[in-house]
Ligand binder design. Structure first.
Ligand SMILES: *Cc1c(COP(=O)(O)O)cnc(C)c1O
Length: 302
């Protein structure tokens, strides 16, 4: 997986930001690579290498029917001449939705997994059965978070980025957040926006830190009140915000991750949660491929 373009930085000039004297820049990981967007590029980088080094014939992974991770895995496996297999939670929609159609178009084999079986997918016995069924495949967990993924996401930041006071990003499984915890500067605050409902994410981050022996130098915080009802849930206000950012500020956001993060961040700005003069770098983690399926399902017209 060769890097094809450098991540772009985009300054956002909203009246609210000027009024509060908060500087906001977006690190556009969504333009990092023409097809493999955002944090998933970094999460896959060392996993693909490991699969090749181990002589595996392919990659096997898991995800929902709209998964950015499944999409990215299909493309990077194809580019690396590895077979790709995805176990899809629940039914496989027919005709395939845009995410799965892209994945299948890159040669990925898709298999449905009942929701009950899907819940058992980390069970060593289930993994063994899959290995027996599919042969010498390299297994990557749902969402792609493992030790090598965290090693990959710890390379998202560069020296320019360490000049910022706050680094903001959306949080799903926490793998990307953990990689940034491993690499952010001691002066910085890492500010996560959980897209899943609940408080479990705090314990999950602590678990990831412990199992990967990460001792962050920076401080961190995860907001849990900007999930808009839960994973892939939304409100008309969120959709209107995403359209405004796209049309008025040339910033495309996805409704599952980056839209919620930026909405939350600006809401915090409006509530004076940041000192005047604060410099924020928000990480655009990608996910734009999912917009097509989202619009098809909900008629949101993003
Ligand atoms: C997967 C994903 C995330 C969440 O990453 P985690 O490492 O699971 O926390 C955030 N943004 C986008 C666009 C994603 O696809």
């Amino acid at each position: 997986m060769e890097k094809q373009t450098l991540p772009a930085y985009q300054n956002i000039r909203l009246p609210l930001l000027a009024e509060k004297n908060v500087h906001l820049q977006i690190k556009r990981l969504d333009v990092l690579h023409p097809e493999i967007q955002g944090n998933k590029y970094y999460k896959l980088l060392y996993n693909i290498r490991a699969a090749k080094e181990k002589g595996c014939t392919g990659i096997l992974t898991f995800g929902g029917a709209f998964s950015n991770h499944v999409h990215a895995t299909a493309i990077s496996a194809a580019q690396n001449e590895l077979a790709a297999i995805a176990m899809i939670r629940g039914e496989i929609p027919q005709p395939l939705n845009p995410t799965l159609a892209d994945a299948a178009g890159h040669g990925m084999q898709l298999y449905p997994m009942s929701r009950a079986a899907y819940r058992e997918k980390e069970d060593p016995k289930v993994l063994e059965q899959l290995q027996n069924r599919f042969g010498n495949v390299y297994v990557i967990p749902e969402g792609g978070t493992n030790a090598l993924a965290i090693k990959g996401t710890s390379q998202i930041l560069n020296t320019l980025d360490t000049e910022k006071d706050i680094l903001a990003l959306p949080v799903g499984t926490g793998g990307t957040f953990a990689g940034l915890l491993a690499s952010a500067h001691s002066r910085q605050l890492l500010l996560g926006f959980s897209v899943l409902k609940g408080e479990f994410i705090h314990a999950e981050i602590n678990r990831l830190l412990e199992t990967n022996q990460i001792r962050p130098r920076c401080s961190w915080q995860i907001q849990t009140s900007y999930h808009f009802g839960g994973y892939a849930k939304f409100t008309p206000e969120l959709i209107a915000f995403i359209k405004e950012m796209k049309n008025d500020y040339a910033l495309p956001l996805d409704p599952v991750y980056t839209g919620k993060m930026l909405f939350g961040l600006l809401d915090m700005v409006s509530r004076d949660r940041f000192k005047r003069g604060t410099r924020i770098l928000a990480i655009h983690t990608g996910g734009l491929q999912g917009i097509r399926g989202f619009n098809q399902r909900f008629g949101t017209g993003i």
